[in-house]
Design a protein around this ligand. Structure first.
Ligand SMILES: Cc1cc2nc3c(=O)[nH]c(=O)nc-3n(C[C@H](O)[C@H](O)[C@H](O)COP(=O)(O)OP(=O)(O)OC[C@H]3O[C@@H](n4cnc5c(N)ncnc54)[C@H](O)[C@@H]3O)c2cc1C
Length: 347
């Protein structure tokens, strides 16, 4: 057991909501731990749509999702939180001091238990992981030339790319690779998209835009095996594709494979902790409190009568949760934090 003092607050989930909650907890001079199961902050912004533009952020007529995540992290830095990535919280239990709660103990997959006086659950849809394709030899290439989470777009410049999947994310990435930019060139040298079904489930407008790019679109095709080989000192991948109706095979040689088969999300530790849920969301009151003492929730994961799953409303909930978490620790503290113009002003 760690001898460290319990944190004032642990924010679970480093999506936009958790990051803004960290900023506000910093403004209230709380000691903060921020933890996320993904290897990077930003939640859905970085994991699902880093290159998409967002149009409904106050003060930003348009902002790229990745840029918004970067700026939220920059803003959160003033809070001097400890940030732990790649670490999933798996359970939480109350440690009592006689009758009352002393602190919460959070267990994680592979780090020491975390002790914290309050918790903000900013879990989005839960700890999400890309749905995996089970093919020999694929796993050891993840992050090299097989990608479930995209690298910055420039990484794919003038490469031969295979995109696997038929939903919105797969369509977005195919378009990003194949769309003709200024000068009439696409980012990737060649783009192939395969989908095991006979229809794409992506938005029709995107499918039409892809058709106009001339990308190689193969319906009813599945990846069956993958083999790495060297060409002029560069690693290439020979992908064996099967037409799943005709039962015919063909080889496709590419540099990079992008797999977009959706995500599986886990919220089990919340349910196990006895937190009141409505469907898959955590029930909160107007102070963003759950039914457990010192445990708050904000953002996509929470439920209240007026809930909207949007960033603009989620970050407001995070501000409320942080300020009432401060009151939970120090009942004499005011909920109103003061204005940042005065509180954060540098002398
Ligand atoms: C394609 C797309 C476009 C969108 N466009 C817009 C838009 O234009 N405007 C808008 O307002 N919203 C938009 N949204 C919705 C917006 O992205 C979400 O409302 C927002 O991301 C919710 O933020 P969050 O911080 O609550 O959750 P998330 O962004 O989902 O972050 C939650 C984080 O919690 C982590 N986590 C969960 N469980 C655990 C655990 N057990 N241990 C550790 N970490 C955990 C996850 O890994 C994740 O990083 C869009 C969503 C999508 C998919």
């Amino acid at each position: 057991m760690s001898e460290k003092k319990p944190y004032d607050i642990t924010v679970i989930g480093a999506g936009p909501v958790g990051l803004f909650g960290v900023f506000y907890a910093g403004m209230r001079k709380m000691s903060i731990n921020l933890i996320d199961s993904l290897p990077q902050v930003g939640g859905q912004l970085n994991a699902l749509y880093p290159e998409k533009n967002i149009y409904d952020m106050p003060g930003f007529p348009v902002v790229r999702a990745k840029k918004l995540a970067d700026d939220l992290l920059e803003q959160a830095k003033s809070a001097e939180a400890e940030i732990t990535l790649n670490t999933r919280v798996t359970s939480m239990k109350a440690v009592p001091n006689q009758e009352n709660l002393e602190y919460w103990e959070l267990a994680t997959e592979d780090s020491e238990p975390i002790r914290t006086k309050t918790v903000m659950l900013a879990l989005g849809m839960g700890a999400f992981r890309p749905r995996k394709l089970e093919i020999d030899g694929l796993d050891e290439r993840i992050g090299q030339n097989v990608h479930y989470i995209l690298k910055p777009l420039d990484f794919y410049r003038r490469k031969d790319v295979l995109v696997i999947g038929g939903g919105d994310s797969a369509a977005d990435w195919t378009l990003a690779m194949a769309e003709k930019g200024e000068g009439g060139n696409s980012l990737a040298r060649s783009t192939t998209q395969i989908h095991r079904g006979s229809r794409f489930t992506a938005h029709e407008a995107t499918v039409d835009m892809i058709a106009a790019t001339g990308a190689n679109i193969l319906k009813n095709h599945e990846l069956r095996s993958i083999e790495e080989y060297n060409e002029d000192g560069k690693k290439r991948l020979r992908c064996k594709l099967e037409h799943n109706i005709e039962k015919t095979f063909k080889d496709l040689d590419v540099d990079e494979v992008i797999i977009c088969l959706g995500y599986v999300a886990k919220l089990d530790f919340v349910k196990d902790a006895g937190i009141e849920m409505k469907k898959n969301s955590i029930v909160v009151n107007e102070k963003m409190e759950t039914n457990l003492p010192g445990v708050f929730a904000a953002g996509d994961v929470c439920h209240h009568e007026a809930k909207l799953k949007l960033i603009a409303t989620g970050v407001g909930e995070a501000a409320i949760a942080s300020n009432y978490a401060k009151c939970f620790i120090d009942p004499k503290a005011k909920a109103f934090p003061g204005h940042s113009t005065s509180v954060m002003a540098k002398s």
